[in-house]
Write a protein that binds this ligand. Structure first.
Ligand code: KIV
Length: 275
């Protein structure tokens, strides 16, 4: 009898096959409890390097390290058993050469058990995407607004607002597709360009602020749940957890100050009473 426990997760080929079919549902996720809550409802969870902003309060994703990504990815893997888990390669871990990118991606996959990695960039990283894909590491691309270029761009702005910008971004999309990526994130992109790229390439496009013309959407979970007081304008909020948490913590603080907190014996006695 086999002692190996197998879980059935969504696979990379299944996501790849969703091109022009049912939209791919994706969210970012950084810890075990939320992974458990998301798992049955999303196709793909991204352990995004946005955890630098969300979890660590950093101004940009530049300081995020491989260790930070691995710690969060392990938690997400422990908390889930259905969704495909993709882990972001942080700034500095893949740009230098395909070989260094391969070694770092192998570390991520061996230590976390995730199924794929994501990296930012178009034509400039196409060779690396090809190198990894050929060697057993599925890669998700990320073009348009690429937050790891924060210092070069001097901030974040929507990409492809003028048609003059389109050819370079379309070339990025084609390069990532041809290199063997299984899907590509289009971030902060004008709708007509996102629509054009979606029809031009063979892999699913996953939009974030890039319109419903894409083959799926990803959002930062904390943004759509109302935990971020300043979410991006394009984010629809499905809950207001920030105010709810504040309300609950205020009630808790009042209870503690009024000494309304039972000890273990009281709870035991209460349980006995209701049994
Ligand atoms: O790091 C992240 O959360 C991302 C998404 C915004 C796509 O890359």
């Amino acid at each position: 009898m086999s002692a190996v426990v197998t879980t059935k997760r969504v696979t990379v080929p299944e996501i790849r096959a969703r091109k022009s079919k049912a939209p791919v549902v994706c969210l970012t996720c950084y810890h075990a409890h939320t992974a458990r809550l998301l798992d049955a409802h999303v196709d793909l969870m991204l352990v995004g390097d946005s955890l630098g902003n969300v979890m660590h309060g950093l101004e940009s994703t530049i300081p995020v390290t491989l260790d930070m990504m691995i710690t969060a990815a392990k938690a997400v893997m422990r908390g889930s058993q259905h969704a495909l888990v993709v882990v972001d390669m942080p700034f500095g871990s893949y740009e230098e050469s395909p070989q260094i990118a391969f070694r770092n991606a192998v570390t991520v996959m061996k230590e976390t058990g995730c199924q794929a990695v994501k990296m930012e960039g178009g034509t400039r990283i196409a060779e690396t995407v090809h190198y990894l894909s050929e060697r057993g590491i599925p890669v998700m691309g990320h073009i348009g607004l690429t937050p790891q270029m924060f210092n070069v761009l001097g901030g974040f702005k929507t990409q492809g607002r003028t048609e003059a910008e389109w050819p370079a971004i379309e070339a990025d999309a084609r390069a990532i597709d041809t290199a063997g990526a299984f899907a590509v994130v289009l971030e902060g992109m004008a709708e007509p360009l996102a629509a054009k790229i979606t029809t031009e390439i063979a892999i699913p496009t996953i939009g974030i602020g890039a319109s419903a013309q894409c083959d799926g959407q990803i959002l930062v979970m904390e943004d759509m749940l109302g935990l971020n007081p300043n979410p991006p304008k394009f984010v629809r909020q499905y809950a207001t957890l920030g105010p709810q948490i504040e309300h609950a913590v205020k009630a808790y603080a009042e209870d503690v100050r009024a000494r309304r907190f039972p000890g273990a014996e009281n709870i035991y006695a209460m349980k006995q009473k209701t049994a």
